[in-house]
Design a protein. Structure first.
Length: 429
């Protein structure tokens, strides 16, 4: 398979062209022939015009790429090596939503042929590839796993907004259904990954390795968030505590904040779901999830308390929230916990304006029911800097004073203005 791809006697297809899939497809397309497949025809048209719908890549990333973007199953059938990189979200009950993954698997199963390979990159619980996806391929295609087609799992490690840790510069974990598959998959990824390949012991091991990467971060951040609640009661600044503790060589540098997005705020639920299915209640992971999922409401309540202490009439107050994406310097609004802050403010009757230099107002309205203001007012009783976009880093106290009423409050979630605010009431996690 590897030699066929190199000689362009076979094509590689990437199914799902979002934050993960598109960079992978373009990276491979500089070396081999690629088919980029997505069910969203509007997104396909944008990519055909060298536009990244996610706003992560510029036009130069498309140049020199041997790739055909399509939403045609017939065109997808021309490939022999398939990479599935679709989202794996959770539903309203924090349970895994496998509809996108199984939908992509059905599309693949309709075109897979004898001798073909399929590699899953979507984050899943251990066992999902072999227990949920492979049987579906066998059922629809009539082909036999391992005998007629090979499969593997290689967890994605793309970090939205990160221009340093890219596909080629991060060690790639790969796994296959047998030794031959592992080697072919490893050799294929070596075409584009310069940092090296790690061959995992099995598909389940590779799945588990991915899911604990984000679970570990989630649990550590939840500890910081809980510490920030405790330190707030002690009237000491969490960031000052972390700054002091961080002078020890083995202190792990995590920070408090809102934990949203499609990875850290989602992946642990896949692991706790599988644990529960096996009869085990994951206490530490679930507790961490509870703490992190509660932070939006906690921040809003603390803001209201500070406003009341400043003599503000809460029911007549106006708050500006700066930042609505799930993290800094990206356009992605999926699972943004800023929405929780806004919801809590509105439960107090507070009027809320939201601004963000990256997010789409239409997308926010569709997803969460609020829009961005076209113009920042001059009469805010509190400002919540929720996302530390680079556009906000240079702002000073004079700017905040110019858009606030007397005795207003600055809520600096990530502590980026800790040494800049001198006269206004200031609070951070």
């Amino acid at each position: 398979m590897y030699h066929k791809l190199i000689k362009k006697e076979a094509k590689l297809a990437v199914i799902g062209l979002g934050y993960v899939g598109l960079p992978i497809a373009l990276e491979f397309a500089r070396k081999i022939s690629v088919i980029g497949f997505d069910i969203n025809a509007a997104r396909i048209q944008q990519m055909q015009n060298h536009i990244d719908p996610s706003g992560e890549l510029d036009k130069a990333a498309f140049e020199g790429a041997d790739i055909e973007f399509t939403d045609s199953i017939k065109k997808l059938a021309e490939a022999n090596f398939f990479i599935i990189a679709v989202p794996t979200p959770i539903d309203d009950h924090n349970l895994p939503d496998l509809k996108p993954l199984l939908g992509a698997t059905r599309s693949l199963a309709a075109v897979i042929k004898k001798g073909d390979y399929v590699v899953y990159e979507s984050t899943v619980y251990p066992g999902c590839t072999e227990e949920d996806c492979i049987p579906l391929i066998e059922e629809i295609s009539g082909l036999k796993f391992k005998t007629d087609f090979k499969a593997g799992y290689s967890p994605e490690r793309i970090n939205p907004g990160d221009k340093e840790h890219t596909l080629s510069s991060i060690i790639k974990v790969v796994s296959g259904c047998d030794d031959e598959a592992t080697e072919n998959i490893a050799n294929t990824y070596e075409i584009v990954v310069k940092a090296g390949i790690f061959r995992a012991a099995s598909i389940k091991v590779a799945e588990a390795a991915k899911i604990i990467e984000n679970t570990q971060r989630d649990v550590n951040i939840s500890l910081m968030n809980e510490l920030s609640i405790i330190f707030n009661k002690m009237n000491i600044n969490t960031y000052e505590v972390l700054e002091a503790a961080g002078t020890k060589w083995n202190f792990l540098k995590f920070y408090p904040g809102l934990v949203g997005g499609h990875c850290i705020g989602v992946d642990p639920y896949y692991l706790t779901y599988k644990a529960a299915e096996l009869g085990y209640h994951a206490q530490v992971i679930n507790s961490g999830r509870y703490v992190n999922d509660s932070m939006g409401f906690y921040i809003a309540k603390q803001t209201v308390k500070k406003m009341a202490a400043s003599g503000k009439d809460i029911s007549k107050s106006k708050v500006l929230i700066m930042g609505a994406t799930f993290k800094e310097n990206v356009e992605d609004i999926r699972n943004s916990k800023v929405a929780d802050v806004i919801k809590e403010f509105k439960s107090y009757g507070v009027q809320v304006d939201v601004t963000d230099p990256k997010a789409s107002s239409d997308d926010l309205k569709k997803e969460y029911g609020f829009s961005l203001v076209s113009e920042i007012a001059k009469n805010y009783d509190a400002i919540v800097v929720a996302v530390n976009h680079r556009e906000y880093l240079h702002l000073d106290e004079a700017y905040f004073q110019s858009i606030c009423t007397k005795d207003s409050v600055i809520i600096d979630i990530k502590g980026i203005y800790r040494k800049k605010i001198k006269t206004m009431m200031y609070w951070s996690l």
